[in-house]
Unconditional design. Structure first.
Length: 454
């Protein structure tokens, strides 16, 4: 099947207000590790893949702004490479394989660009050519990157289906981890179970370095040592992992007890986080402002932590003093697509908000139909973040230290789904169970099957 990437090119050109010239985007080249001949795992540059669907190294694409003609430039046949890797696709095969007008070799690229009135490229690319080429200004190139980012942030139906597939594989892998876990295991064994299910379903790459954090490790936002022993059946396990399928990513987090049954404290905090997510979902639709969605999560977290007795005081005062940020320090989510932290997060919406409750928002923009975003609230008991709030004279009165200590063993809870924004609301691509009753029932059934096999 030929990916309809010409649609993507047309979307970019709609956002790019230049009238002539040629856009040139360079694909990644194969690299070797340090001074060895061992190849680094290859992954195509994301915008190049978006424009071409080409997942092979050494290619360029040239797009005529006026005519929208797309030319793909392949590396010439190298006899030494053929010995090891076999013959590459012919130019005829490449033209049929990809949504382009013509396939040529990179030896023809200079001549093509020499006649162009201007040559635009993505700013981070440092292109050089043997022929004299009229390179566009830095401002023009920034405009091109903004156009690509804006095009990428609204997904086509076929892109959403690819993300749905990566979500299905990842959700299945999360279930396998829930079924496998027990006290005494190592976090690495859960990592292995996730990878095994992903690869079994054809997802050979992960979207990012995953997190398998047991107990207190779950309080570290990007914990990825993934090598500690799971000490207790009551320990919560936070798994933040997502497979990549055909270059489209997923980013899913589930939190569950090692022994299959939530303690009262764990269930309380888990319910707060689930309420945060559901409240965000209720506000999610085209036209919603992302930081407003984040504010909803902060408000629900505040209410839940007050009800649990951990926080003391007036809700608005707690929010104004940024006390809740000690327990929910990160943003509510981000764009998702070819990159797990996808583009266009800050392209059109100003600067970051410099206050603790909003500082780590990964995105500020008004949502549009076709955006794919993560919604990932969390509550964490990390001493490094909480202690300054407890000790500061202006905020110490808001923390009930006795109740805080009671809940510290929970470690951290995060629940993360991947959703598509629509005009009226959203639909959820993530199928891994997340209700307490669902998780406990799944794990009880898995435990029963294990006992029968013993």
């Amino acid at each position: 099947m030929v990916l309809p990437t010409r649609q993507n090119v047309q979307k970019v050109l709609q956002h790019f207000d230049r009238k002539d010239g040629v856009i040139v985007v360079k694909g990644k080249v194969l690299e070797e590790r340090d001074d060895t001949d061992v190849e680094v795992d290859f992954r195509q540059e994301s915008s190049f893949y978006y424009l071409t669907g080409v997942a092979e190294p050494g290619f360029y694409v040239a797009i005529d702004v006026a005519t929208q003609r797309i030319q793909l430039f392949a590396p010439p046949v190298n006899p030494d490479d053929v010995i090891w890797m076999g013959l590459p696709d012919s130019l005829e095969t490449l033209q049929a394989k990809y949504d382009v007008d013509e396939a040529l070799y990179t030896t023809d690229l200079d001549a093509r660009l020499k006649a162009a009135s201007a040559v635009y490229t993505i700013p981070q690319f440092k292109l050089s050519f043997d022929a004299p080429v009229k390179m566009a200004s830095e401002e023009d190139n920034k405009a091109l990157y903004a156009a690509i980012a804006e095009a990428r942030c609204v997904k086509a139906d076929w892109e959403i289906e690819a993300i749905r597939k990566s979500n299905k594989i990842s959700s299945d892998a999360h279930v396998k981890v829930m079924e496998a876990v027990k006290a005494g295991m190592n976090e690495s064994e859960l990592y292995s179970a996730f990878l095994n299910e992903s690869i079994r379903q054809g997802a050979f790459n992960q979207s990012y370095l995953p997190i398998f954090g047991a107990g207190k490790n779950a309080a570290t936002l990007h914990y990825n040592k993934n090598n500690a022993t799971i000490e207790n059946a009551t320990d919560l396990i936070l798994v933040d992992a997502g497979a990549e399928y055909n270059y489209y990513t997923s980013d899913i987090t589930r939190t569950f007890p090692a022994g299959g049954k939530f303690t009262d404290e764990a269930a309380t905090i888990y319910s707060v986080v689930l309420d945060m997510q559901k409240a965000c979902f209720a506000k999610l639709k085209a036209g919603a402002v992302w930081e407003d969605i984040h504010t909803v999560a902060l408000e629900v977290a505040c209410e839940g932590l007050v009800k649990a007795g951990i926080l003391i005081g007036d809700k608005q005062e707690l929010l104004d003093k940024d006390v809740v940020a000690a327990f929910f320090p990160h943003g509510i989510g981000h764009m998702l697509g070819i990159d797990v932290h996808d583009v266009a997060a800050y392209c059109t919406s100003g600067e970051r908000i410099n206050r603790p409750s909003y500082r780590y928002l990964r995105m500020r923009r008004t949502l549009a139909a076709g955006n794919v975003v993560t919604v990932e609230p969390g509550v964490y008991f990390c001493d490094f973040i909480i202690d300054p709030v407890v000790k500061a004279p202006e905020t110490s009165k808001y923390i009930n230290v006795e109740m805080l200590n009671k809940y510290k063993s929970v470690g951290g809870v995060r629940i993360e789904d991947n959703v598509v924004v629509t005009e009226e609301g959203y639909y959820n691509l993530t199928t891994a169970p997340k209700e307490i009753a669902e998780i406990e029932a799944l794990m009880a059934e898995a435990s029963s099957k294990k006992r029968k096999l013993e």
